[in-house]
Design a protein around this ligand. Structure first.
Ligand code: NAD
Length: 452
């Protein structure tokens, strides 16, 4: 039996198209076909695999606007973000196209012969993608996995399958052999679970909620299956009084309200040194109210809707009974809108300070000194990213080393570059994606000794 899933435009709540959801049998067939395609893909000379990935990158490049338009309609992303996201897939493919010819092992001195190490591909890799950044997160998985010689089955989120399906078609157009990259759109409980339980899937690369990530990790334990987890976050933006307070306040909304706050790296907690607290809030308010929250079909929109009615209800639930200090605007027509909202918090036990809201809500709290800032920033089960604003270089370095998070930036909010490693501490994840070592995390390290 097959089901149709209706994809909705979150800015208008109108249907976009119907997508056929894969069944368990479809998932099994895709995994078995990927397994059958693996030996030839693995055996391809490194330069040929590299050339195919470069060709895939140039086909993506020729379809940037088409892919972006799909994401504007399917996920409510702004045009600027959506074009960047499609370009990120292209760039990631180009970057990892350099890997097949550089995935070298080592020669280690031994007595009586030589010892060499090899990076061998794993086989079929299952990639499970969430709805918040459908294109980049897919590319961060499939580009290094394919470069390392694996075949890939990829499951997009139920709500946002369109760009992944199109990328699968573009891979074939670029000349990747059939079943080397297969998109299997379907339910997490069916297709995603099957990636975990099917013995031919040798690694699961999961991005999504911490709750589902824990289940995936437990499921993978049964077969000692390799797993990478990129999970939730509650990242802190720490602003010291010696920083340029006006500049820090002007940039803060973009660090949390980008993608309507549906960003695992969102700086959803702002910690401000007490002596600069009022000044910071006085600059933050106009920056928040000036945000252009519009239908993302409008090229000037800076923030779009939430992904679904369910996500809208969940975010509104966090605001129920909470005093909102100030908020921006949002369209009041159809669509899943929540205005960007700022809440001041005194008690670190408050739910809005502790839980990942995954919407356009930021909580602000004062701190007393450097030690207090670090203690408050680390008082969370999460540890994905964070920012530090200070004009004291030593302090910037000390605090960046002390915050327990995988991705920190000093005097900026940048966090994800495809050529630098990305991942979380604590319950924000396990393992790292991106950066120069990603192909190794889709490989087994083999040691071979030759006696002479
Ligand atoms: P989710 O965990 O509900 O779903 C993520 C994916 O897992 C979807 O494709 C879903 O279909 C699938 N899935 C659901 N149940 C499954 C199961 N039992 N077995 C296998 N797969 C299953 O998360 P979401 O709501 O789509 O995404 C939001 C979450 O993702 C947030 O918590 C966010 O912080 C996190 N996220 C993390 C990162 C990161 O890199 N750390 C990046 C983006 C999003």
């Amino acid at each position: 039996m097959t089901d149709l899933f209706t994809v909705i435009n979150p800015a208008t709540a109108q249907p976009v198209t119907d997508v056929r959801e894969a069944t368990l049998a479809d998932a099994d067939a895709a995994i078995e076909a990927a397994h059958a395609a693996f030996p030839a893909w693995k055996a391809l000379p490194p330069g040929e695999r590299a050339a195919l990935l470069r060709r895939f990158a140039s086909v993506v490049d020729a379809h940037i606007d088409e892919l972006a338009e799909l994401e504007v309609r399917n996920a409510g992303h702004t045009w600027g973000n959506a074009r960047w996201e499609a370009g990120n897939v292209r760039d990631c493919l180009n970057y990892y196209a350099g890997a097949p010819e550089r995935l070298f092992g080592r020669q280690i001195p031994v007595a009586g012969g030589i010892d060499v190490t090899f990076y061998e591909p794993l086989g079929v890799v299952g990639i499970i993608v969430p709805w918040n950044f459908p294109m980049p997160i897919a590319g961060w998985g499939f580009a290094p996995a394919l470069a390392a010689g694996n075949t890939v089955v990829l499951k997009p989120a139920e709500l946002t399958p369109l760009t992944a399906i199109r990328l699968g078609e573009l891979a074939l157009e670029a000349g990747l052999p059939e079943h080397v990259l297969t998109i299997v759109a379907g339910k997490g409980s069916v297709v995603g679970e099957r990636f975990v339980t099917h013995p031919l899937v040798r690694k699961v690369c999961f991005t999504g909620s911490t709750e589902v990530g824990k289940r995936i990790m437990a499921g993978c334990a049964d077969q000692v299956k390799r797993v990478t987890l990129e999970l939730g976050g509650k990242s802190a933006n720490i602003v010291f009084a010696d920083a340029d307070i006006a500049a820090a306040a002007a940039s803060a909304p973009y660090a949390v309200f980008d993608n309507a706050g549906q960003d695992c790296c969102a700086r959803s907690r702002i910690l401000v040194e007490r002596s600069a607290y009022d000044e910071f809030l006085s600059h933050l308010e106009p920056a928040v109210t000036a945000l252009r929250v519009l239908d993302p079909g409008d090229e000037s929109s800076e923030m779009g809707p939430l992904i679904s009615a369910q996500q809208q209800a969940s975010v509104r639930g966090y605001l129920d009974g909470v005093d909102v200090a100030f908020a921006g605007s949002a369209p009041d027509g159809p669509g899943f809108w929540v205005p960007p909202s700022v809440v001041t918090v005194d008690d670190p036990a408050e739910r809005i300070w502790r839980e990942e809201v995954f919407g356009p809500v930021v909580a602000v709290m004062p701190f007393d000194d450097e030690a207090d800032a670090v203690a408050k920033a680390n008082d969370t089960e999460y540890g994905l990213s964070g920012s530090i604003f200070t004009n004291d270089l030593g302090r910037g370095l000390r605090v960046a080393r002390a915050v327990e998070a995988g991705n920190l930036s000093v005097n900026s909010h940048s966090s994800v570059r495809y050529w630098t490693p990305f991942g979380g501490y604590k319950q924000s994840g396990l393992g790292r994606e991106l950066g120069p070592d990603a192909p190794q995390s889709f490989s087994e390290l083999k040691n071979v000794y030759f006696a002479h």
